[in-house]
Design a protein around this ligand. Structure first.
Ligand code: PLP
Length: 313
């Protein structure tokens, strides 16, 4: 994307602010920064460095590729893969010193076969998300399997993922945590890190904080759910998408605009067109929803549009 047309601007100071705020809120739990999917589109390496500089203790990614990108950038911090990977990737996980999440015994054995030596692993328990993870009643057996594969593997963490933490009054979070605690039961887990919270859990459900929280959306300064505004939480949005006004024209009352003529003007109007659209990843259906939330601070100057056209955020 040419900066002359449109660009994404990421404010790393906002990332640092949001991580520092979360660290203070969840203390003594640690913060691990979720930088999967290119740090939610913000740029994984830069965000990872900022989060670590702000005090994050580890990083979380979704894929082996993402973890390898961090290692290639000389990032040395622990990098947790958030779900079990294909066995074909075990050798790459071992080589890049990524921390695998494991749901079953075969996943453990694939790592040992790939030459793992003292590799930390985290076990994921499915307490209600119903996507991935070992069933609560299978956890004890999996913990024993890790112990049986020492010293190749070392149990570093056990966690679950909350499905409705963003709905602050929903009883499901308490139910998931109760199932999680029951699965941990009488296990001897001295020194094993226990974790459950995503952003919403970390900020709205203190009982979910445990030893660490996996902070994603809140680190980017966005609300983790309808019940929690970013502003109230003190978060600062890190990303600005902005485009230069490319054209300004007057349209008559009663005329309609753009694909589908979905919007009609009830009065004569000035239209500023910005050269960014669905080829850039802006969903076309936003127009049916009334458009993106746009801060048109520059519209007044757009009306006097000239060669040095203004930016619209
Ligand atoms: C297992 C796990 N933990 C934590 C997160 C971070 O969630 P959030 O962005 O809501 O903080 C994710 C995100 O997808 C995840 O998959």
């Amino acid at each position: 994307m040419s900066p002359d047309r449109a660009e994404v601007v990421v404010d790393l100071d906002a990332i640092i602010h949001n991580v520092a705020l979360a660290i203070e809120r969840v203390d003594p739990a640690r913060v691990w920064a979720v930088v999967k999917a290119g740090a939610y589109g913000h740029g994984d390496v830069a965000v990872a460095r900022a989060a670590l500089a702000a005090g994050a203790s580890g990083l979380c990614v979704a894929t082996v590729d993402e973890g390898e990108r961090l290692r290639a950038a000389d990032i040395d911090a622990p990098v947790l893969l958030l779900s079990q990977q294909s066995h074909r990737l075990a050798a790459r996980i071992v080589a890049a010193r990524l921390t695998p999440t494991i749901h079953d015994r075969a996943g453990l054995e694939a790592l040992v076969d790939a030459g793992a030596r003292q590799l930390p692993v985290h076990l994921k328990v499915d307490t209600g998300m119903q996507r991935v993870g070992v069933r609560p009643d299978g956890l004890a057996e999996l913990v024993a399997a890790v112990a049986g594969l020492a010293p190749a593997l070392q149990l570093e963490g056990i966690y679950t993922h909350l499905a409705v933490a963003d709905l602050t009054e929903h009883p499901g979070t308490g139910e998931q945590l109760a199932r999680f605690d029951a699965s941990l039961g009488e296990l001897d887990l001295d020194g094993v890190m226990i974790h459950a919270a995503n952003s919403a859990g970390a900020l709205a459900h203190p009982s979910s904080r445990r030893d660490l929280v996996r902070l994603g959306i809140a680190m980017y300064g966005l609300s983790p759910g309808d019940d929690l505004t970013a502003e109230d939480l003190g978060l600062r949005p890190a990303l600005t998408l902005r485009a230069r006004v490319g054209h300004v024209k007057q349209v008559e009352a009663g005329s309609s605009i753009s694909y589908g003529w979905r919007h009609s003007f009830d009065r004569a109007t000035t239209v500023a067109t910005i050269p960014i659209g669905y080829a850039d990843g802006v969903p076309r259906r936003l127009s049916a929803l009334g458009g993106a939330e746009v801060r048109c601070s520059s519209v007044a100057s757009a009306i006097q549009w000239s060669a040095s056209s203004p930016w619209i955020n």
